[in-house]
Design a protein around this ligand. Structure first.
Ligand code: ZN
Length: 143
């Protein structure tokens, strides 16, 4: 399930963007949508990987049976979206480069699966080393 999200993250990296990718799946494991962080590409600070995939999935009657896969632990903004819409399951590629707020999601009854994937970790590590300013801007830590 991590593959489409990772492909999105990698494409974002190649574009010079923040390499966070995401994909939304239905309860049968079919991909509903995929997306990636487009802050740099579209000059859009609201386009995180998770929000991009969420928007591309269009309107859904319920999110409790949906699975959101993301290459990196979600930030506050994306965690808020996950709780707001009660997305049932979140699969996290890695939380080493950014720990996110996984306990806050679990407290809300969201199932969180951590993969600790070395490819996701390495891609994000390369990006943070290469573009620390863009990364800090993305997580709201500039200045
Ligand atoms: Zn986010």
């Amino acid at each position: 399930m991590l593959k489409p999200a990772y492909e999105e993250a990698h494409a974002g990296f190649e574009e010079g963007g923040v390499p966070v990718g995401a994909a939304m799946f239905d309860s049968r494991g079919r991909v509903l949508s995929r997306g990636r962080n487009r802050r740099v590409q579209d000059n859009d600070p609201s386009a995180h990987g998770e929000t991009d995939a969420f928007r591309k999935a269009g309107r859904q009657t319920t999110y409790r049976d949906k699975i959101l896969v993301t290459t990196l632990a979600p930030c506050w903004y994306c965690s808020g979206l996950i709780r707001q819409f009660r997305i049932g399951t979140v699969v996290v590629g890695e939380s080493e480069n950014f720990a996110g707020h996984l306990d806050w999601l679990r407290e809300a009854g969201i199932q969180v699966v951590e993969l600790n994937d070395p490819e996701c970790t390495e891609l994000m590590r390369r990006f943070i080393q290469q573009s620390p300013n863009i990364w800090n801007e993305d997580i709201g830590e500039s200045e």
